[in-house]
Design a protein around this ligand. Structure first.
Ligand code: AHR
Length: 356
């Protein structure tokens, strides 16, 4: 069902990109100026990573739902299909089209200096959203808004430590595999670092790590290979919900039971994102802990653009607040460097209020 939904989303993405091709604000090679002449409409070029996950779909929906004609925007949307070279081409096209603002959701952190310098030279403000960029000159972008991915990893692993202790498990009882996100993406870097540091501190057995590229298909493939290589694994740290869906399918097909009862042979699946589908699996006990990564960035980016438009100042970097969800109340909160983070008890009511 999740795969079917993805096909529908991909089909809609095609329709959107074809619509753009018919207008003068085309993201793929059009030479006409995208800047509107009525003096009111703001043209925003948005380079999106792709459509690799349910999270990404929710993020695209948030951006498209915010930068609408009715709200006074002309959105030039480009889906880079998880390829940095496509994002660089899209940004160059936005510059050529003289958009008013460029919004970039970067696939990886590095490799942006040249193209962002071109945008700066063209005097087009660049707003980075979701993942971060690592550039030699911070003035190459105007503002960034997104998640604290390292903190997400720290919260999840602190919960694992407390949960294992509460269930009478020793550190040496945990045998963990990490299905990583796209290598070099902030979401992968932060979540992997969080796990590696906790494994070192707690003396956990971190058996292996490999990228599942944030997709269900690759998550399943990596899990199948881990099951063959590490028959003693009992914790799967998935760096997003779609990888978790693939991992659960692979574990179930291999005759394993997913759940939190590690002592009785269950394999615990942990995940990030907290999409509706992810939280449904959390409520069903297939995912034990889901740590939120909030995709609703459209209004946040709009706020930045509104401030810039009226000559105001904006925060260079802004982190969004995020929660953790678990159907089990064994660990109601975790503490990191003296700061407490609640673990929300997931119920049907909480799930039904989820917007994405
Ligand atoms: O950068 C955010 C991450 O990218 C989300 O966790 C994942 O689902 C997406 O593909």
């Amino acid at each position: 069902m999740k795969k079917k939904w993805l096909s529908i989303v991909l089909a809609s993405a095609l329709v959107v990109s074809c619509t753009a091709c018919g207008s003068k604000a085309t993201p793929t090679g059009g030479t006409a100026s995208a800047k509107t002449t009525d003096g009111k409409t703001i043209t925003v070029g948005f380079s999106q990573v792709g459509a690799e996950s349910d999270w990404r779909t929710a993020n695209t929906t948030s951006m498209k739902g915010t930068f609408t004609k009715a709200n006074g925007y002309n959105l030039v949307f480009d889906d880079a299909q998880q390829k940095q070279e496509n994002q660089i081409t899209a940004i160059r096209n936005f510059i050529q089209q003289e958009v008013n603002y460029i919004v970039l959701a970067p696939v990886t952190e590095t490799g942006w200096d040249t193209v962002l310098k071109e945008a700066k030279d063209a005097k087009i403000p660049v707003i980075i959203v979701d993942r971060m960029v690592k550039v030699s000159d911070e003035s190459l972008y105007t503002a960034w808004v997104g998640s604290n991915f390292k903190l997400e990893g720290q919260k999840a692993t602190e919960w694992l430590k407390d949960f294992a202790a509460a269930k009478g498990l020793k550190n040496s009882d945990l045998h963990i595999v990490d299905i990583q996100g796209t290598i070099g993406a902030s979401a992968q870097i932060g979540r992997t670092e969080g796990l590696e540091e906790a494994a070192k501190t707690n003396g956990w057995d971190l058996l292996a790590k490999e990228s599942g590229e944030f997709t269900q298909a690759k998550g399943q493939e990596v899990m199948e290979s881990f099951i063959k290589q590490y028959p003693n694994l009992n914790v799967v740290y998935c760096e997003n919900d779609n990888e978790a869906f693939g991992a659960i399918d692979a574990l179930t097909a291999a005759g394993k039971t997913v759940g939190s009862d590690i002592k009785n042979g269950q394999v615990m699946v942990m995940s990030f994102d907290c999409t509706k589908a992810g939280l449904t699996d959390t409520l069903n006990g297939k995912i034990t802990l889901d740590t939120e990564c909030n995709p609703l960035h459209g209004p946040r980016v709009q706020k930045i653009i509104d401030a810039l438009k009226s000559g105001g100042t904006v925060d260079k970097k802004a982190y969004v607040d995020e929660e953790m969800f678990c159907a089990d109340t064994t660990v109601p909160k975790v503490s990191i460097s003296g700061q407490d983070f609640n673990v929300t008890k997931l119920t049907q009511d909480v799930l039904s209020k989820r917007a994405y």
